[in-house]
Design a protein around this ligand. Structure first.
Ligand code: CMP
Length: 138
């Protein structure tokens, strides 16, 4: 089934100049970019995006990191996009990520882990409209 998912290139990867390489990997793996923008979140906006993690010990640090620099937010489309993009990203902790995955190649550590991807259809229903209106998605 043709599906959409939300992808974020995080501040660590944008700062390090990996955006182009990551976007190339997405296209090489059959993901179509339906919408894309470079933005900088406020701490409050990062907190709103990661609200599901509000009770986790890393919530404050994560949202400080995610508002520390520019990010690139994309809507990707492909058959089975949600699961396939998670596979392509690799494990949250790059020390557990399979070789060749985006996080194995470009993540620094479990928090500064280069990219985000929605983990379910329910998440895309919250995450895509958090950044894009229907009119911005091709
Ligand atoms: P992401 O896929 O964006 O979803 C939640 C984020 O929280 C995750 O990537 C990491 O950036 C961060 N994260 C998850 N687990 C931890 C952890 N144990 N310590 C610090 N940050 C974490």
């Amino acid at each position: 089934m043709l599906e959409k998912t939300l992808s974020i290139i995080k501040p660590d990867a944008v700062k390090a100049g990996y955006s182009g390489k990551i976007i190339a990997i997405l296209e090489e793996n059959g993901f179509e970019i339906k919408a894309m923008k470079k933005i900088k979140l406020t701490k409050k906006q990062a907190e709103g995006f990661y609200i599901v993690h509000k009770d986790r010990p890393f919530y404050d640090s994560l949202t400080t990191f995610m508002s520390s620099g520019s990010i690139i937010v994309m809507v990707l489309e492909k058959e089975n996009a949600i699961a396939d993009y998670r596979e392509l990203m690799g494990a949250t902790d790059p020390s557990n990520a399979k070789p060749g995955t985006i996080r194995a190649l470009y993540a620094k550590n479990i928090e500064e882990n280069a990219v985000h991807g929605s983990d379910s259809k329910e998440s895309t229903d919250f995450e895509i409209p958090y950044f894009f209106s229907a009119l911005e998605i091709l």
